[in-house]
Design a protein around this ligand. Sequence first.
Ligand code: XMP
Length: 329
Amino acid sequence: GWNMENILDEEIKVINDTVGPEEHVICALSGGVDSTVAATLVHKAIGDRLHCVFVDNGLLRYKERERVMETFESDLHLPVTCVDASNEFLDKLKGVVDPEMKRKIIGKEFISIFDAFAHELEKKLGRKPAYLVQGTLYPDVIESCPPPGSGKTCSHTIKSHHNVGGLPKDMKLKLIEPLKLLFKDEVRQLGRILNVPDAFLKRHPFPGPGLAVRVLGDVTEGNALDILRQVDEIFIQAIKDAGLYDSIWQAFAVFLPIRSVGVQGDQRTHSHVVALRAVTSQDGMTADWYYFEHKFLDDVARKICNSVRGVNRVVQDITSKPPSTIEWE
Ligand code: XMP
């Protein structure tokens, strides 16, 4: 029957029948639910012939690298190599303001880092890894590949999502996509059976290009990324403390590339403005902005201005999707 325990057993059997006893498999972990559940499942099937990589692109949230690595290693016992490529990514992003250009640069850099990881591994193992795990879900399958001649277009024409596709070219890796018949809620159920921590399964979606699309303009300018991380952490922590996290689809802060005048202590300041965004949604295709109580917003805004140096103004985004998108870039 179609229950998650059966699906898990089925998948493990399929993976074991597919991957030969001497063959190795690689996987890029993003810190998201899908790649984590896919990797955990494959690990259960083939053990340490799975080799995962987590890339720190310098665009992660506050302590995110430490937090996800802790989950991968301590909770899930996944064999993961953490590659710190923040300098490479940020160098390439210097001076870039166009959002699509940012996405392309990040996608391309990611492939090059992943490619290097795969070649390193090949040297170490003395053979090429044969398979690549991807956390592709059923909706990705239908959305990203409209049948030829159907007249339908890809649903991601406004923004290029680079989750699907983009593999190291000369590696000739075959794909393992253990989640490709499942919807998101089924992936979460599967994750629960595999002991992926609940806090992890319930994490809000986070875009592949990370904070690059939440710092408007040049992400390398001043300490924009650092300011954004602090503001975002205060906002998210307040949402969790208020017990609201699970009722919100996505919440985050945005760094605006403008300054405004303020008065802090007895000094006039000319500092940064940050925006808070929170939405409810079913699938991210449409979304409604979230109503916080005034007291909540007041507390958060005060806390941000009092504790994040360089910020003197907080605004809230009160547009839904459409007409806005969820992200600002
Ligand atoms: P938008 O901003 O288009 O976002 O309303 C819809 C959902 O997609 C996420 N998003 C991305 N995810 N790569 C990703 O992996 C991207 O380039 C990207 N752009 C947007 C966004 O966070 C929201 O959940």
